[in-house]
Design a protein around this ligand. Structure first.
Ligand code: RIB
Ligand code: CA
Length: 314
């Protein structure tokens, strides 16, 4: 049985890199049709290059990469290179990829392939600002019902923000894009800090990776160790949350997470709370349900799966 047809839209980014290496380990489960990239953690040229490097690292050089929007829809760009390093890949050695991105822009590709493939076939995993998807929906609203599901990392409710007091980075980086997606009618699963802060790469969990010797597992361990140092130096001080890998883990094992239906609204105007995700579980005619919000995660189960996936690399 072929894997789930999937497009991964990302801003690699250290945790995006881990998510990609996990996703690309199981082609029989996840049929990654394409990787689209967006400016976010680092600039758009670097996220595209990093995605090309990561597909080669995973031995999946045949997966096309499409470079996307290099700035948010409306607001000025924000980056997170203080958490991801100037290359966007922490302290991994970085060299030019053997092959770069395709000439077709990511937004054009999303519109074209969603119109060409059967309706309801393609799932989108979004682990960066939602700029590409929002721009595609803006240009071609007809694609919304053709998307099987959008599974995204973003937002915060109980946990508060990580880029401002009230906003998580992906949504804060392009709140207008997240607003378009939330209003579009797509089936949206949103895994925010409320769950990703439960799935952290503690020293004991990182040590479990030490026994894995594939280049991919070694790279993941190096990426997580980099994040651990960064979190200690400039972050919240605890072990690094596995933000973007949670999207892939949910796709492969949704039973590891608990979701709750909600009405999701995005703050797009207030300078103080820009990008805040207003997650309302008390839905009504005025607040119709438009998203499934992650509330719980089985962290040990998640790391069991991470190890299982990395063991797939020879
Ligand atoms: O807030 C975490 C999110 O912001 C992750 O996607 C990380 O890669 C950064 O983009
Ligand atoms: Ca990301």
């Amino acid at each position: 049985m072929p894997g789930l047809p999937l497009i991964i839209d990302c801003d690699p980014g250290v945790d995006d890199a881990v998510a990609l290496l996990l996703a690309l380990a199981v082609p029989e489960r996840l049929d990654v049709l394409a990787i689209t990239t967006v400016a976010g953690n680092v600039g758009g040229d670097l996220t595209a290059r990093n995605a090309c490097l990561l597909r080669e690292m995973a031995g999946r050089a045949g997966i096309p990469v499409f470079a996307g929007q290099d700035r948010p829809l409306v607001r000025d760009p924000v980056v997170a290179d203080h958490f991801h390093g100037v290359t966007g890949l922490g302290d991994l050695p970085v060299q030019p990829p053997a092959r770069g991105p395709e000439p077709e822009p990511a937004v054009d590709h999303l519109v074209r392939v969603l119109r060409a493939r059967p309706a309801g076939e393609i799932t989108l995993a979004v682990t960066g600002p939602m700029t590409n998807l929002a721009e595609a929906l803006r240009r071609a609203p007809d694609i919304a019902p053709r998307i099987r599901q959008v599974v995204a990392m973003g937002g915060a409710r109980r946990e508060g923000g990580n880029i401002t007091a009230s906003a998580e980075f992906n949504i804060h980086a392009d709140p207008d894009a997240a607003d378009i997606v939330a209003r579009s009618g797509v089936e949206l699963v949103l895994l925010g800090l409320d769950v990703t802060h439960q799935v952290t790469a503690t020293p004991a969990r990182r040590a479990r990776l030490s026994g894995l010797e594939s280049p991919q597992a070694v790279a993941v361990r190096q990426l997580l160790d980099f994040s651990a140092r960064t979190e200690a130096e400039i972050g919240m001080g605890g072990p690094p949350p596995m933000h973007d890998p949670c999207v892939i883990l949910w796709l492969l094992a949704p039973g590891l997470f608990r979701l709750r239906s909600c009405h999701l609204a995005i703050e797009t105007r207030s300078p103080l709370t820009l990008g805040h995700t207003a997650v309302e579980f008390r839905t009504s005619d005025r607040h119709p349900q438009n998203a499934l919000w992650g509330i719980e995660a089985d962290a040990d189960g998640a790391f069991d799966l991470i190890c299982d996936l990395l063991e797939r690399y020879p």
